[in-house]
Design a binder for this molecule. Structure first.
Ligand code: HEM
Length: 492
């Protein structure tokens, strides 16, 4: 009896099992027949552990992840980061839409929201695109050639005064020196003479608090009640008070200046409305955040590479001699614009070390891209879309020996960044949101290096610097010790 019962039980289990499998198969078949198959060709996905795997891969360093995945998955792939999908578009062939798409398709507002408590209310990522566009127009107008010519005079004065304080010979941390000089220049050209001459220490300390209030955690939780964020918020308020006073006093006395502050005070929206004091403060903070670390890091890398490469060092020194022969000791907008060799050396340092290593957008509509191998992918709305200057600037099908410092790759005839089409060189982004401060940055870095090359012999005495991947604006790790000796460049 027992044997018969257990056989019956076994049969029942089998029957139930078979029924279940049959139901599942039927359901699958029906769904396949009734529900139309998605035609989407989604990009391949980075394989990682469930739930937190994507986050762990990203935390190891986005560039490490890109170096591992690009050879396996190609130029378009998706990383699941907690509840978000980030799709990477690497290289000019697949990133045109990233740079050119209208804001309604790919927007910055959501992904750069974390800047709002730092820049303050009513500006940039806290306002609708139509207002933001107008505010970027204020930037464009403030950085026109006519304005830049005036800023160059101030840059040159700051540079001469700064290096006049160096001795006849000595050893300095070049990174520290250039950071300081650029804060001084930025203060004068952007924030104005009141700050530069009277309030420099107070304002620098407040900017320092703002800076320290922007941590990797702030990107995800910008309002987390931590001491760094509290100090950031207090600093923002104090800066608003300082600038409100300066603006009021300029308006009262009718005194105008050639600086970004004045341009923002004088700016008007299309409907005739003037900027408020709070907006002016916010735009100045945004300018400083966009331009200060980026420029000082680039001037340090530019110097480090020149000091390590005698061939290019003598090329830039020769160029200075030639320009001095033509124009004497004068450094102005026009002479700086003639410094093509120096320009290429800076551009190459910036290709290898773009301080903004990842650019982001939020996608609001589906779009497709075609890789250079001819594979098409559909990127669904809702994805975060990313590209990486630090990775894309070193693609071997665009740049010959991409890890080698070779400024001549930009020389006429080679033009490696142009040969592969637009968006091959993206240290300044490009397209719709390309950097508005690029000419300002080059003028500033050229003004500094032109002065240094003309007045000092230098030698790198610490090892060639490494990259500080942990910084929000990726820069130079540790000190960059340089031994210098004052000289007068013999023109003949
Ligand atoms: C070496 C120095 C600099 C580098 C490497 C740099 C890099 C960049 C990059 C990559 C973007 C594009 C961001 C994106 O697409 O998401 C950008 C945008 C911008 N930069 Fe710069 N920048 C530098 C200096 C400056 C300076 C000195 C200023 C102002 C004085 C400035 C003002 C801006 C502004 C206003 C934008 C936003 C443009 C827009 O969204 O329409 N930058 N910069």
């Amino acid at each position: 009896m027992e044997v018969v019962e257990s056989t019956n039980d076994n049969n029942k289990i089998w029957n139930v099992g078979l029924l279940l499998v049959a139901t599942l198969v039927a359901a699958k078949l029906i769904s396949a027949l009734i529900i139309p198959r998605s035609k989407k060709r989604l990009p391949p996905t980075v394989s990682s552990w469930p739930v937190v795997g994507g986050l762990l891969r990203f935390m190891k360093g986005p560039i490490v992840m890109l170096r591992e995945e690009y050879p396996k998955l190609g130029s378009v792939f998706t990383l699941n980061l907690l509840n978000k999908n980030i799709t990477f578009l690497i290289g000019p062939e697949v990133s045109a839409h990233f740079f050119k798409a209208p804001e309604s398709d790919l927007s910055q507002q959501e992904v750069y929201q974390f800047n709002v408590p730092t820049f303050g209310p009513g500006v940039v990522f806290d306002v609708d695109y139509s207002i933001r566009q107008e505010q970027f127009r204020f930037f464009t107008e403030a950085l026109r050639v006519t304005k830049l010519k005036g800023y160059v005079e101030q840059m040159v004065t700051e540079t001469e005064d700064y290096f006049a304080k160096w001795g006849d010979s000595g050893e300095v941390d070049l990174k520290y020196e250039l950071e300081h000089l650029i804060i001084l220049t930025a203060s004068r050209c952007l924030l104005g003479e009141e700050v530069r001459n009277k309030l420099f220490d107070d304002v620098s300390a407040l900017f320092h608090d703002l800076d320290n209030g922007m941590l990797p955690i702030s990107v995800i939780f910008p309002y987390l009640p931590i001491p760094a964020h509290r100090r950031r918020d207090q600093a923002r308020k104090k800066l608003a008070d300082i600038f409100a006073n300066i603006i009021a006093s300029r308006k009262q006395t009718g005194k105008t200046q050639n600086d970004l502050l004045q341009c923002f005070i004088d700016s008007k929206y299309k409907d005739g409305r003037s900027t408020t004091e709070s907006e002016v403060t916010g735009l100045l903070i945004a300018a400083l955040f966009a331009g200060q670390h980026t420029s000082s890091i680039t001037s340090t890398w530019s110097g480090a590479y020149l000091l390590r490469n005698p061939k290019f060092m003598s090329a830039v020194v020769d160029e200075q001699k030639n320009i001095m022969q033509k124009h004497g000791n004068k450094i102005d907008y026009d002479t700086l614009s003639e410094m093509e060799v120096l320009y290429r050396c800076i551009k190459e340092a910036l290709r290898l070390h773009p301080p903004l290593i990842m650019l982001l957008r939020s996608s609001h509509s589906d779009f497709s891209v075609k890789t250079k191998e001819g594979i098409e992918y559909d990127i669904p709305r809702g994805h975060i879309v990313a590209t990486s200057p630090a990775f894309a600037n070193r693609l071997p099908h665009i740049y010959k020996d991409p890890d080698t410092y070779d400024p001549d790759r930009f020389a006429p005839g080679r033009d490696e960044d142009k040969a592969a089409g637009a968006f091959s060189y993206i240290s300044f982004g490009g397209g719709r949101h390309g950097c508005l401060g690029e000419p300002f940055a080059y003028l500033q870095i050229k003004a500094i290096w032109s002065h240094l090359l003309r007045n000092f012999e230098m030698e790198l005495v610490s090892p060639f610097p490494e990259i500080d991947w942990n910084a929000m604006v990726v820069g130079v790790k540790g000190k960059v010790m340089v031994r210098y000796k004052r000289r007068e460049l013999a023109v003949n």
